[in-house]
Design a protein around this ligand. Structure first.
Ligand SMILES: NC(=O)c1ccc[n+]([C@@H]2O[C@H](COP(=O)([O-])OP(=O)(O)OC[C@H]3O[C@@H](n4cnc5c(N)ncnc54)[C@H](OP(=O)(O)O)[C@@H]3O)[C@@H](O)[C@H]2O)c1
Length: 245
């Protein structure tokens, strides 16, 4: 692939690539000529993604990003990166009066601490080249709350604030940092048992908010491609809303 949106010659790390948005992003990035390094916890599903990549030279490694030794082992294998797409994350509706410390720890460990620690470690190890693009997955719910979403939205709001500061601190190196605030996307995440617990009525009300309907992983992957490509080289410190809300 050539042109403004080409990723030829770029190496991109994608977390959460064993499922949903991360999986679709990895496949699209490889189609755009990028070399990808994918990670996730489930080896079988990560291999399925790997087998669908186009081109040569891609890498994969299983890692639980809430376990420091596993994150460090991943970083050791990492080549120099032109881009990072932080897709790994969890959701879990919980009304505010039931939130316990253990819920906060679990949600923030993967949704906030993992991308923050991974980014910091990669920068310190000089694995992120100047002019790289770093992308974080956030949610429209940081702007428009939903019942039971306090923890999830809180973890993503923290991530958005982090990304803006990252963009500021790295601007001298030409490294960009941006967020995608996606509406509801049809992935295994929204089919998880915890989501089934979300009241049907609340879910229907939530879905009605999207004038463009519920998104598909490829709808998000297209935006990810834009942020990784030179088409967005003058864009940093932003949070792009996806879903038409
Ligand atoms: N779907 C939506 O409606 C929506 C909307 C806005 C934002 N987002 C965000 O987009 C991102 C991707 O979501 P998705 O819908 O694609 O979800 P998904 O299909 O459930 O995929 C989540 C990914 O995160 C990985 N992951 C979870 N915990 C991990 C851990 N401790 N260590 C390493 N990897 C871990 C999973 O790995 P394994 O499966 O291998 O365990 C999986 O690859 C998330 O950050 C989510 O918050 C999603």
């Amino acid at each position: 692939m050539t042109g403004l949106f080409s990723l030829t010659g770029k190496t991109i790390l994608i977390t959460g690539a064993s499922s949903g948005i991360g999986k679709e992003a990895a496949i699209l990035i490889s189609k755009a000529g990028g070399t990808v390094f994918i990670t996730g916890r489930d080896e079988k599903r990560l291999k399925e993604t790997f087998n669908r990549l186009e081109g040569e030279g891609h890498g994969m490694k299983v890692a639980d990003l809430t376990v420091e030794t596993e994150m460090d082992a991943l970083i050791e294998e990492m080549p120099k990166l032109n881009g990072i797409v932080h897709c790994a994350g969890i959701v879990g509706p919980l009304p505010v009066k039931f939130i316990l410390q253990e819920h906060i720890d679990l949600m923030f460990s993967i949704n906030y601490m993992a991308p923050v620690n991974l980014t910091g470690k990669l920068l310190r190890k000089k694995k992120v080249i100047d002019s790289a693009s770093i992308l974080f997955m956030s949610t429209i719910a940081t702007k428009n709350p939903y019942f039971g979403g306090a923890l999830y939205s809180g973890s993503k709001a923290a991530l958005e604030a982090y990304a803006k500061t990252l963009a500021l601190e790295l601007v001298g190196k030409g490294i960009r940092a941006n967020c995608l605030m996606a509406g509801l996307v049809d992935t295994p995440m929204i089919e998880s048992p915890s989501e089934e617990a979300m009241q049907e009525e609340a879910l229907v009300r939530y879905v009605k908010r999207y004038p463009l309907g519920v998104g598909k992983p490829e709808d998000v992957a297209g935006a990810i491609l834009y942020f990784l490509s030179d088409a967005s080289k003058w864009v940093s410190g932003t949070s792009l809303i996806l879903g038409g809300e």
